[in-house]
Design a protein around this ligand. Structure first.
Ligand code: MG
Length: 158
């Protein structure tokens, strides 16, 4: 069996008055991530991990933020596209492990809903989608609630 791993990282600003899309769901919060698309950092990190594993570049290559057709786009569409792209090359996704770093709000109550949304977009079981979260212990821009980071690792195989 041919097995590869990939990693993805994404960072976005958090600002007042934006919807907070994260892990494919809308999280009630007074701030949301700023970006050309819906700015879903978790999905973006996962997309980059999948693309990296298959050595197919990154989401900036496939979905440039200079292209108006991606303005405000639902990142779930991007993840489905990335899954279909690697499947067309014969790859399947094995599992995803991810970590979010943000100060607020608490993510734990939303993890199950995120797993339910994300798993079918990658044609994997819910159990194969790990989502973890930690704070930045009030330090730096994450600690000041000015930004959010996401990290993802993905295994693919054929
Ligand atoms: Mg992004």
């Amino acid at each position: 069996m041919n097995i590869r791993v990939g990693q993805g990282v994404d960072i976005h600003q958090l600002i007042e008055g934006r919807d907070f899309w994260l892990g494919g769901i809308l999280i009630p919060h007074h701030k949301g991530a700023l970006g050309h698309s819906d700015a879903d950092v978790l999905i973006h990190a996962i997309c980059d991990a999948i693309l990296g594993a298959a050595n197919l570049g990154d989401i900036g290559v496939h979905f440039p933020d200079t292209d108006s057709k991606f303005k405000g786009i639902d990142s779930k569409i991007l993840l489905r596209h990335v899954t279909d792209l690697i499947k067309s090359k014969g790859w399947k996704i094995g599992n995803v492990d991810s970590t979010l770093i943000l100060e607020k709000p608490k993510i734990k109550p939303h993890i199950a809903a995120m797993q339910e949304i994300l798993a079918p977009l990658m044609d994997i079981e819910v159990d194969a989608v790990s989502i973890k979260a930690t704070t930045n212990e009030k330090m730096g821009y994450v600690g000041r609630e000015e930004g959010i980071l996401a990290f993802a690792s993905v295994l693919i195989y054929k």
